[in-house]
Design a protein around this ligand. Structure first.
Ligand code: ADP
Length: 263
């Protein structure tokens, strides 16, 4: 049985509005996949399909051999964690409650967290620098603090697959790098798989092994960063002129911040 995700001619439409069309790709276990593309190109829809939040309107998607939507939620939650773009917090949960939720897929029914669960949660509170917020209601946090708490919950889930949907968009550069370095470490040391929607092409180039590039709901490119990310692609997909520099394994994107055509 193939593991990871296999998408064959996947399409998704919101009513009559097509969001994804004819998407065929494989996300194999191990490695950091960056998902990039302009606003509205289908990135969040793709994440929702991968996690079984939505079922495709066309084609077929499989995760570890089964349609994601067909998995029992609890079983899937032991395999895949998600840091969503928007975390709608229900009233008054404390930061500690939310991070502990990451352990729910492992707890026997009606049982509280055990020693190991608490140890994992403690580690994540420190890693995401939210320990000092522990007793605070999540409803009273800033956007960036909330994002760190939600990331701590997802990491506490301790899954082989991690999906991040613009999970660093509200973070200062220090916390942004902290999260991306931590998940990158999980890829390198534990062979985990990360799929991260990122807007910043330089962050994507720095942390991802492979890019999935979406444009108007279609796959514009998919492959190793060094093969995929170039000035032609950035112009074609984002309509922006850029300079792409490569130095050894490093790829850097430089933009012309002045008027178009003056570079
Ligand atoms: P991205 O994450 O790349 O910004 P999305 O996957 O959120 O893109 O959206 C893809 C397309 O689907 C866009 O054209 C968007 O307007 C449309 N769309 C997203 N959510 C809905 C919805 N709930 N109802 C109708 N159209 C939607």
């Amino acid at each position: 049985m193939a593991s990871g995700w296999q998408l064959a001619n996947v399409g998704y439409a919101y009513g009559t509005t097509p969001a994804l069309a004819d998407l065929s790709l494989a996300i194999e276990p191990g490695g950091f996949y960056g998902v990039v593309g302009p606003n509205g190109s289908g990135k969040t829809t793709l994440v929702d399909l991968l996690i079984g939040e939505k079922a495709p309107s066309a084609g077929e998607i499989r995760f570890d051999g089964r349609a994601p939507a067909a998995w029992r939620r609890r079983d899937l939650a032991r395999r895949v964690a998600l840091v969503p773009q928007e975390f709608r917090v229900q009233f008054g949960f404390s930061v500690l409650d939310v991070v502990l939720m990451g352990r729910h897929p492992y707890l026997p029914r009606f049982a509280g967290p055990g020693e190991e669960d608490l140890a994992v949660v403690e580690r994540m509170l420190d890693l995401l620098d939210v320990r000092h917020l522990c007793a605070r209601p999540v409803t009273e946090l800033s956007g960036g603090e909330k994002q760190r708490v939600v990331a701590a919950r997802a990491l506490a889930q301790d899954t082989p697959y991690l999906l991040l949907d613009e999970a660093t968009s509200s973070l200062d550069i220090s916390h942004c790098l902290k999260i991306l370095r931590a998940v990158r470490q999980g890829v390198e040391r534990q062979g985990r798989t990360v799929i991260a929607v990122l807007h910043d092409l330089n962050l994507a180039a720095a942390f991802a092994d492979r890019l999935i590039v979406l444009h108007r709901g279609r796959l514009a490119a998919c492959g190793p960063v060094a093969e995929v990310l170039d000035a032609e692609l950035i112009d074609r997909v984002f309509g922006v002129r850029a300079l792409v520099e490569r130095e050894g394994k490093t790829t850097r994107v430089l933009y012309n911040y002045g008027e178009e055509g003056r570079q």
